[in-house]
Write a protein that binds this ligand. Structure first.
Ligand code: ADP
Ligand code: MG
Length: 720
């Protein structure tokens, strides 16, 4: 019999399996299982080791255990408080056990006498007897299955069951067993010698072992092999993206030589750095050289500039824009928020103000650099003027939010795209951006792309999320900085006093109002109230401003301007100030209800202070209602190292959150673990790199990739 591909299993409906009629089909559909592929990629959530059988008689108080037993008696009643109580007695050959369910009246119908089921939970002592209360229950479906499952000497996989849809673990297990038998052997896209070298099993064996392990020890090697496949697909996608970018590679070639950095040339960059009030840190100099080299090469740059908050990424990006302008190309800068876009407008107009660019259309063929902002509220006439300027080349740099390139913008000669604070969207969107960039460039050459992020993500996560980019790291803060000291206070006593002390010393403060997930309006209302409360109370007499997302943009600008210029002492704000906002004279930030914020968010917010020479202070305010919240706050207090925090975050929240919004796809990491499987990831990256050069030679893998990656996101990759 010929081998089947994994993908072809998606064409076989579960209806073809024994016992699946329209009703079962609907129930399975409700838990997302439609095809044999869906079935086989539903992985067990745990295993019941019946090779070492647990008998009811062996259960001791305090054990957390799963027993397979038959219901022998059912009794339903109400407690004195009026709660529903279902008491059952279960038994196997050797003994019996009492099981109770509170507030689950339907158990009476589900667990009728004679039913075999698995009961998983902790054994308590109840009036001298052993009892499980509210255990997890998996009901065995038919007599056949019960006998089968009850059989000693097997490892039984337990699947995510759904009581609502009426799908039990046993049912899934039974269907999987049948599917595996009927599917026969599967094509393995990973060549044999490659498997051998990596010490991984083949796909058919591994898939069988994860579902039907002979022994528990067989599970982990199987999981690793299948996890490798998950990594391989992601890495292959990234490698193909890189290959694709290179193949089409005709990049804009920007003027840069390393001597520009030493001020030994007469280039615009050399002059810019010589005249700028700051001296570059060694790290800024190093990454700028990396960027400059990329920009002057004929291959397009796709570089990630990673640097902790306050490391000085803006200056590096500005210098890259200077190189771009010097070569008579235009730049586009994208920011995640309007507040940040507005800040970039001000800082670029200031920093690029002295620069002259060639323009044959003006007298003397030279003029000052023109920087414009396109935002959602740019008036129609203004917008037309800017768009026309970009198209004909009289506007040199345009700033906008991430929507910028998806709009109807055309450039005369786009040379560089800078994306600031990108941590919210993924590989596919970046690829789309590049495609658009190419379409926008005059000579059909690719603009260079510089992506910046302050979200320090762990190395392994970076390989998955930013694996299509070269990486530069700003690992040094500008001189004279002192680390921000962070404390956590459950109540606000003293807090406002501390804020007043900072203001008295000539500095400024942020007060961040509680996050209200999903409602900007409620959040804004909270900020308005807090502004009023503090202004009339604890901070009376200070100049207290208010900033939130519901304010008209002009008003927002005005407030930000006042704060920037030092005309406000305190800024009461919502999370709109989370990223990028740079006011070096602000030295203290109070974050109210700090537990509501994520770890990365807290780190970002804290990064708003400690940006000048004076010491910064961060106060996390409010109690922590859960252990997880407590750990999160303790972590922020414990370290200012963004990378360390990122590792902790990954541990606390799991990897699912890394991908942002679209994480329910087939290309998810279901079995792979970013922390523990780093070796697999590194190996997968290396294999992907090699295979991507001759991917046409492994059609099975290509077919699989097409299947796993939604076409609309990556279609271009498959066109050669
Ligand atoms: P981020 O990396 O978080 O975007 P910024 O670019 O906003 O950081 O820089 C943080 C602060 O450090 C800003 O106030 C900026 O003006 C200042 N800064 C940047 N580079 C230097 C430098 N080489 N020397 C002194 N201050 C600098
Ligand atoms: Mg920044």
């Amino acid at each position: 019999m010929s081998e089947r591909s994994l993908v072809s299993l998606d064409e076989i409906s579960v209806e073809r399996l024994r016992g699946v009629g329209p009703k079962r089909l609907a129930a399975l559909g409700e838990v997302g299982i439609r095809s044999v592929f869906d079935l086989l990629s539903t992985y067990p959530r745990r295993y019941l080791d019946r090779t070492r059988r647990v008998d009811v008689a062996d259960l001791a108080v305090g054990d957390e255990a799963a027993v397979f037993a038959q219901v022998v008696r059912v009794r339903a009643r109400r407690t004195r408080q009026g709660r529903s109580l279902v008491e059952i007695s279960v038994a196997d050959e050797g003994g019996s056990l009492s099981v109770v369910f509170f507030n689950q009246p339907w158990r009476e119908r589900q667990l009728r006498e004679g039913t075999w089921a698995l009961f998983y939970g902790r054994v308590n002592d109840y009036r001298g007897g052993r009892q499980m209360s509210n255990p997890v229950v998996d009901v065995a479906v038919g007599v056949d299955e019960s006998r089968d499952v009850a059989r000693v000497g097997r490892v039984v996989a337990l699947y995510p069951a759904s009581a609502r849809a009426g799908v039990t673990s046993w049912e899934i297990g039974g269907l999987i067993e049948e599917s595996l038998r009927r599917a026969g052997s599967l094509v393995d896209p990973l060549p044999g010698p490659e498997r051998e070298r990596l010490g991984l099993g083949d796909r058919s064996t591994s898939l069988r072992a994860i579902h039907l392990p002979e022994r528990l020890e067989d599970v982990e090697p199987a999981r690793r092999r299948l996890a490798f496949d998950e990594f391989l697909r992601v890495q292959l996608l990234l490698a193909l993206g890189r290959r694709h970018a290179r193949a089409a590679a005709r990049a804009v070639i920007h003027p840069f030589v390393p001597d520009d950095l030493a001020g030994r040339t007469s280039s615009a960059l050399s002059r810019f750095l010589g005249e700028h009030p700051f001296t570059l840190t060694a790290a800024q100099r190093r990454v700028l050289e990396e960027i400059g080299r990329d920009m002057s090469a004929s291959e397009p740059m796709h570089r990630l500039l990673q640097g902790d908050v306050g490391a000085g990424k803006t200056l590096v990006a500005t210098a890259a824009l200077v190189i771009c302008l010097d070569g008579e190309h235009q730049g586009a800068v994208m920011a995640p928020t309007e507040v940040l876009a507005e800040q970039h407008l001000a800082s670029l107009r200031r920093d690029l103000g002295g620069l002259l660019v060639r323009d044959e259309r003006v007298l003397g063929a030279q003029r000052g650099v023109v920087v414009e902002l396109l935002s959602g509220r740019t008036r129609a006439a203004e917008r037309r003027r800017i768009l026309a300027g970009l198209a004909e080349g009289s506007v040199d740099v345009v700033i906008g939010t991430h929507a910028l390139l998806s709009e109807d913008v055309s450039f005369s000669a786009l040379g560089l795209i800078v994306i600031d604070e990108q941590h919210r969207f993924g590989v596919e969107q970046r690829a789309v951006l590049r495609e658009k960039g190419r379409a926008h460039s005059r000579e059909g050459r690719d603009p260079d792309v510089l992506v910046m992020t302050a979200t320090p993500i762990p190395r392994t996560a970076a390989m998955v999320v930013f694996g299509d980019l070269e990486r530069s790291v700003l690992d040094e803060l500008p001189g004279g900085r002192q680390p921000v000291s962070t404390t956590w206070r459950e109540d606000e006593a003293d807090v406002w006093h501390t804020v007043r002390a900072h203001v008295a010393a000539g500095h400024q403060a942020y007060v961040v109002c509680p996050l209200v997930e999903g409602s900007d309006v409620i959040e804004a209302t909270g900020a308005v109230a807090e502004h009023a409360r503090l202004g009339a109370g604890a901070l009376a007499g200070l100049r207290v401003g208010l900033l939130h997302g519901q304010m008209p943009a002009t008003e927002r600008d005005e407030v930000m301007g006042l704060f920037r210029s030092g005309s406000l002492d305190v800024l009461v704000a919502t999370v709109v100030i989370e990223v990028g906002v740079d006011v070096p004279n602000a030295t203290i930030i109070v974050i109210e209800d700090a537990w509501r914020f994520g770890l990365a968010q807290l780190h970002q917010l804290r990064g708003r202070v400690g940006r000048g020479e004076a010491a910064g202070e961060c106060i996390l305010l409010g109690p922590a209602p859960s252990l997880e919240a407590r750990e999160r706050l303790a972590a922020v207090v414990g370290t200012t190292d963004g990378f360390a925090l990122a590792e902790i975050d990954l541990d606390l929240r799991g990897q699912g959150t890394l991908y942002g919004s679209r994480q329910q796809g087939r290309s998810d990491l279901r079995l792979a673990r970013l922390r523990e499987d780093e070796d697999l990831l590194v190996a997968a990256r290396e294999v992907a790199q090699r295979l991507s050069e001759r991917v046409e030679a492994v059609p099975e893998l290509l077919e699989e990739l097409r299947f796993f990656v939604p076409a609309e996101d990556a279609d271009y990759l498959f066109k050669s």
